[in-house]
Design a protein around this ligand. Structure first.
Ligand code: COA
Length: 258
């Protein structure tokens, strides 16, 4: 896949998507959001891709936010449209993707950058990472899901503090907040993400897809998460992966999922 603002690299059943605008600290402009959507769509359809790692190029930033230059003269209507379109194309899209996405946070993850990392299924950070939602310092609020996902991940009080102060937290604090699952050196970041991705690829992609749906249902206001879990659990019993997984266990061998 060839894109202008992102790089996509596939190795066996893992894909890495790298946001590649290092001179703009990988800020998310309209084209980058569209390209990310297109890349995730293609990778999600590809049955050989079982896990995706999302990162930013360069040593400085994962993503330093939405591209401020692009929306500084927007009207009320255009502002609303920007958030709605972005959420649909990228942030909600990634969160609900059937293929797991790990965010490798390799530096600044600010505004839309932190919102993108939070839309991923989980996050790993390098020890130079800095995270925050600085929008109120620009006279706006987070518009790509930040007011919802940050409280979900770190709790309402911590989220309110981060949003209201517009401050940045370092990787260790993010770890203590549960915003990221691990903090490692920049050199160890991709190897750790690949190791975690490798563990995921050993498991049933079909079951993981159902698990993502059930977990997300619990955070949606119009779905009952427990009910979704019951239905998804039941549906697993009709899959080849369930037959293979349970048979392999009873035969004392390793399961081989497609
Ligand atoms: N949108 C557009 N451009 C951005 C950007 C963003 N969110 N973040 C960084 N850039 C650009 C800068 O304008 C600069 O471009 P230039 O070289 O053409 O002038 C380049 O990326 C490098 O950034 P710079 O500010 O010079 O780096 P720094 O090391 O001094 O500061 C940050 C790093 C992250 C602290 C600073 O870039 C920043 O505050 N960025 C905005 C963060 C933000 O508010 N994000 C939320 C947006 S809603």
């Amino acid at each position: 896949m060839e894109f202008e603002n992102i790089l996509v690299n596939q190795q066996e059943n893992m894909a890495t998507v790298t946001i590649n605008r290092p001179t703009k600290l990988n800020a998310l402009n309209r084209d980058t959001i569209q390209e990310l959507h297109d890349a995730f769509k293609v990778l999600n359809k590809d049955k050989s891709v079982k896990v995706i790692i999302l990162t930013g190029s360069g040593e400085k930033a994962f993503v330093a936010g939405a591209d401020i230059a692009e929306f500084s003269d927007f009207s009320v209507k255009e502002g609303g449209k920007l958030a709605a379109k972005g959420q649909k194309l990228l942030f909600d899209y990634v969160e609900n993707l059937a293929t797991p996405v790990i965010a490798a946070v390799n530096g600044f993850a600010l505004g839309g950058g932190l919102e993108l990392a939070m839309a991923c299924h989980f996050r790993v950070a390098s020890d130079n990472a800095k995270m925050g939602l600085p929008e109120v310092s620009l006279g706006v609020i987070p518009g790509y899901g930040g007011t919802q996902r940050l409280p979900q991940l770190v709790g309402k009080g911590r989220a309110n503090e981060m949003i209201m102060t517009a401050g940045m937290i370092d990787a260790q604090k993010a770890l203590s907040y549960g915003l990221v699952n691990y903090v490692v050196t920049p050199e160890e970041l991709m190897p750790l993400c690949e190791k975690l991705a490798g563990k995921i690829t050993n498991n049933s992609s079909v079951a993981i897809r159902y698990a993502i749906k059930a977990v997300n249902a619990g955070f949606s206001t119009d779905t009952d998460g427990f009910d979704k879990e019951i239905k998804a659990f039941g549906e697993c019993f009709g899959t080849d992966d369930f037959k293979e997984g349970t048979t392999a266990f009873l035969e004392k061998r390793k399961a081989h999922f497609e």
